[in-house]
Design a protein around this ligand. Structure first.
Ligand SMILES: *Cc1c(COP(=O)(O)O)cnc(C)c1O
Length: 457
């Protein structure tokens, strides 16, 4: 009895600590911009934490709150414009806690029906943004990498099913040199080869794709199973010419995958939607809600034109799983359509936030990122020290500080990060080290942009 009582008090105290921290954190729009420390340094401050008796929740939580979290970079800081930042809505973050607390197994309808229903409501909206045909659908994954792998494995299996001569043949994939590193990495996982197409027009277009196919040796042409186009390159926001690529894929009978992990959010932005024309002809599409759809980590998505092909590629069989497939458990089983079995219902935070705010607010927030990129580009053009490298694309701006060496870009990045002012990192464009902004957070202001550009004087 007394023991139970003690546990309850601990639980209440811990819950209050956690809730207070969470509410404070999500109310704070400019959290301290932390930076990494060496592991030995952290260990010196923290010491051993996993012990036979435990150090107690209060102590462990205090260590996290006062020391460890400060050795992380809050990706939602309004002056974090490096890589692809994030800006999860407060609603989505709070519902992430609810998702955890509810202990829902997201693999099969039998156990997860109510949660999977939520996910599917959000998925229906994602599918509608793409314009894919009515029977198309998708499933949430741990991220863009897992989504790309799930989509490409489906493509490869469909290619082998179509022609038994392909069974046992090492498959080959075409993509552009602007494609995300995960395409090559996942091809390695699949033991498939990748041919990268150079894009003189900056984006991949049908004619360049057709030439690349025509240049393949006969034996390689036979190994070609898919084209992976990009709907917004991570480095520059460049969108491949999806319509003309779709023409070539149709004519050649090749799977058409679109990686819109970063750019996919912009499908909800009328100002740029036409740049994605042709995406509705894809066989599979990757979109990361944890990038530009304001979901907490981690949440990716893979969409398919034909779900039955995904099920053939991914559905797992096992004696202990059979119950899930019988009539009584009839329903949508997310595990049948991507690489993961046991899974968090990670689309739930997105669903709650969409349900609460409505999709119009998403459009406004995404358009804000595009507008911030346009404003930053204007400011850069007006500054004698600075130069646009290419026009802003989606929410990415590539620009140079005239006369700076790669070392100067690096020192500038560290200086701003160390002072807690901003995190903006250099990138490379055509071999040159330059600077890059990527806007996601609608709370970023013009004054933030001015303050950062001021440090480049
Ligand atoms: C970020 C990104 C990925 C990888 O997604 P993760 O969620 O980090 O696994 C893949 N493709 C593109 C275009 C991306 O921007």
């Amino acid at each position: 009895m007394t023991k139970m009582h003690k546990i309850d008090i601990d639980l209440v105290e811990m819950t209050l600590d956690v809730m207070k921290y969470t509410v404070d954190r999500i109310s704070n729009v400019t959290p301290e911009l932390g930076s990494p420390q060496r592991e030995e340094e952290l260990f010196e401050k923290i010491g051993e934490t996993v012990t036979p008796k435990g150090i107690g929740g209060e102590v462990a939580f205090k260590m996290f709150r006062d020391i460890l979290v400060k050795a992380t970079v809050p990706i939602d800081h309004p002056r974090h414009l490096a890589f692809v930042p994030a800006a999860p809505t407060r609603a989505a973050i709070m519902f992430d806690l609810v998702t955890s607390a509810s202990s829902i197994h997201g693999a099969y309808w039998m156990e997860g029906a109510g949660g999977i229903f939520c996910e599917n409501q959000a998925m229906k909206w994602l599918v509608s943004l793409t314009g894919l045909p009515k029977e198309s659908f998708g499933v949430f994954t741990s991220g863009g990498t897992a989504a790309n792998l799930s989509g490409l494995v489906t493509a490869r299996e469909a290619w082998r099913k179509k022609d038994a001569a392909n069974i046992g043949v090492r498959a080959l994939l075409l993509t552009s040199n602007g494609a995300h590193s995960s395409i090559q990495a996942m091809a390695k996982v699949m033991d498939a080869d990748v041919v990268m197409i150079d894009c003189p027009d900056e984006n991949l277009r049908g004619h360049a794709l057709q030439s690349a196919i025509d240049e393949l040796e006969e034996k390689d042409r036979k190994r070609l199973f898919a084209v992976a186009a990009t709907g917004g390159t991570t480095n520059a926001g460049i969108i491949d010419e999806l319509d003309s690529i779709a023409d070539v894929c149709e004519k050649e009978g090749i799977w058409f995958h679109v990686d819109a992990a970063y750019g996919g959010g912009a499908l909800a932005a009328p100002s740029v939607r036409q740049l994605f024309n042709g995406i509705e002809r894809a066989d599979s599409i990757t979109i990361d809600p944890h990038k530009w759809l304001f979901s907490p980590y981690d949440c990716g998505a893979i969409l398919y034109k034909d779900m039955s092909l995904a099920a053939e590629a991914h559905s797992q069989k096992g004696a202990y799983l059979e119950i899930f497939k019988d009539g009584g458990a009839d329903g949508f089983n997310p595990s049948d359509y991507q690489i993961q079995l046991t899974r968090r219902v990670r689309g739930m935070p997105l669903w709650f936030s969409l349900a609460m705010h409505g999709t119009d607010k998403y459009t406004t927030a995404i358009e804000k990122g595009i507008e911030l990129a346009r404003i930053a580009a204007e400011k850069i053009e007006q500054d004698d020290n600075l130069e646009l490298v290419r026009p802003a694309s989606l929410s990415v701006v590539l620009f140079r500080r005239k006369g700076w060496t790669p070392d100067e870009y690096r020192d500038w990045t560290y200086r701003n990060h160390k002072s807690g002012m901003a995190l903006v990192t250099p990138t490379k464009w055509k071999g040159e080290t330059i600077s890059r902004f990527c806007f996601i957070n609608p709370e970023t202001t013009e004054a933030d942009i001015d303050a950062i550009l001021e440090t480049m004087k």
